[in-house]
Design a protein around this ligand. Structure first.
Ligand SMILES: CC(C)(COP(=O)(O)OP(=O)(O)OC[C@H]1O[C@@H](n2cnc3c(N)ncnc32)[C@H](O)[C@@H]1OP(=O)(O)O)[C@@H](O)C(=O)NCCC(=O)NCCS
Length: 136
């Protein structure tokens, strides 16, 4: 069974393994934990049998108007079981008072996010790939 929690105190850094699939220079589990600890809101999906984190989503906010969802990921063995959808449902519910909820995604995920009321806009981003692992 998959359980969901927004309490990072229930999670140990060593339970965060296997994420950042296909990232060239991924953050370590320790950095991953730091990212989530510093986020305004984080929700974890935990396999109740293994007690391992199998999915997560985080959000950064200005606490008034704007919220941004930088990361959402489900481990490869757990894809296609509705976990990503549930994490997005829980997060958009927590963020419902905000004027804007923004995120970036690949084109193949546009329909996934449209189903939560998101719309496509034009955007600009800058990426310093040498800093991708958070070690700087
Ligand atoms: C995106 C992601 C979190 C979805 O997680 P998931 O648990 O497999 O998703 P769900 O099982 O809840 O699927 C929900 C719906 O989204 C669709 N979907 C899921 N992943 C998709 C993908 N990569 N491309 C297109 N559609 C996708 C499913 O087909 C499903 O549609 P349905 O409700 O019509 O059946 C997962 O694919 C993932 O971790 N991807 C790698 C990291 C990533 O791309 N994160 C998003 C950054 S913006």
């Amino acid at each position: 069974m998959i359980e969901y929690t927004d309490n990072i105190l229930e999670i140990n850094p060593d339970e965060l393994n296997g994420f950042f699939v296909n990232w060239q220079n991924p953050p370590s589990s320790f950095k991953h934990y730091e990212i989530l600890k510093n986020s305004d809101i984080v929700i974890f999906a935990v396999d109740s049998e293994t007690k391992k984190v199998v999915g997560f989503i985080n959000a950064l906010t200005d606490k008034v108007l704007y919220a941004y969802i930088p990361l959402l990921e489900v481990l490869p063995d757990y894809l296609g079981k509705g976990i990503g959808k549930e994490l997005m449902k829980l997060m958009t519910n927590k963020l419902k008072k905000f004027y804007a909820i923004d995120l970036c995604c690949d084109e193949d995920l546009e329909d996934f996010y449209r189903s939560f009321g998101f719309q496509k806009v034009s955007g600009m981003v800058k990426r310093n790939y040498q800093n991708q692992n958070g070690e700087y």
